[in-house]
Design a protein around this ligand. Structure first.
Ligand code: AMP
Length: 281
């Protein structure tokens, strides 16, 4: 069956209703510029669900006024070809005007969580994310929705929202896909110059060093963070936004770096903001 491309919420809703009547439906929301990280979520859904659908929408509500909304990559044809190849049954491609028409007034605020980690340096970001994910999931009404651990704070915000709003979409979180040298895949990596890409490796290097220190018995968050910070500070091409050891659910700093603690980092390489994280074993 050829992949359906739908632009209106009503058409997408009808299509998803038909698919769900035939078996389980999985949903992978994306902003496009697809890479192996996105494709791993799609593969996970293809493996588990009778049918899988995706969306591509560069959501203006989650970008700040000084951020990269207008230059965000939009390789539409290549994205569609990859989705079709992966066996996606239908893709939702709404415009901003369709998602936020004149008079649009409803937003989701996940209090507290939305101001932590990336939410601190990107005010309004998680409000935009939560709003669009709720809208998209309402339209698709999947059995399962797939997200990447790459955006660990987003996972915490969405988990809280799904729970608070009694959503019965199961949330599946897939591991971070990395380049062989450790760099976490991101649609924004294509902004990086070769030198910036080299600097960016310090993020995964710092996380690895911290995970190793933890495995060797270090349990003090301050000590672990100092170990990571040393590596990040030594990289002149990076400007650190945050490096934190937090609880995966509340995103609040932990007093003891127990197993399951989230180490999250964000840094600027030139004008490109990069994030990465690991969960301590
Ligand atoms: P985005 O297009 O950046 O909004 O990402 C769409 C989904 O893909 C989100 O759930 C991301 O967490 C996930 N994702 C992005 N990069 C990766 C990666 N390197 N590994 C796994 N999942 C990813």
């Amino acid at each position: 069956m050829p992949m359906e491309i739908l632009e209106s919420p009503a058409a997408m809703r009808d299509c998803c209703r038909r698919l769900r009547a035939q078996g389980s439906l999985g949903f992978v929301p994306t902003m496009g510029a697809l890479h192996a990280g996105h494709m791993s979520l799609i593969a996970a859904s293809r493996q588990r669900d009778a049918a899988s659908v995706a969306s591509i929408f560069v959501n203006p509500a989650q970008f700040g006024p000084q951020e990269d909304f207008s230059r965000y990559p939009r390789p539409r044809e290549a994205d569609l070809a990859q989705l079709e190849q992966a066996g996606i049954a239908a893709v939702f491609l709404p415009t901003s005007a369709v998602m936020y028409p004149e008079g649009y007034a409803s937003y989701v605020e996940v209090e507290g969580l939305s101001e932590r980690l990336c939410g601190r340096s990107r005010p309004g970001h998680f409000r935009g994310v939560a709003t669009v994910v709720l809208k998209l999931c309402q339209i698709v009404n999947p059995e399962r929705a797939y997200f990447g651990q790459k955006d660990a704070a987003q996972v915490a915000v969405l988990r809280r929202m799904f729970h608070d709003f009694n959503c019965d979409w199961e949330m599946i979180v897939c591991p971070i896909v990395r380049e062989p040298d450790g760099l976490a895949l991101s649609s924004r990596n294509q902004y990086l110059s070769p030198a910036q890409r080299q600097s960016a490796l310090a993020l995964s290097r710092a996380l690895r060093a911290m995970a190793e220190a933890h495995a060797a018995g270090r349990r003090s968050p301050a000590q672990l963070l100092a170990c990571g910070r040393k590596i990040l500070d030594a990289e002149a091409g990076l400007r650190l936004d945050y490096l934190e050891a937090v609880d995966v659910q509340t995103l609040l700093p932990v007093a003891d770096a127990a197993a399951g603690t989230l180490i999250a980092v964000a840094a600027w390489a030139g004008s490109t903001r990069l994030i990465d994280n690991c969960v301590l074993a």
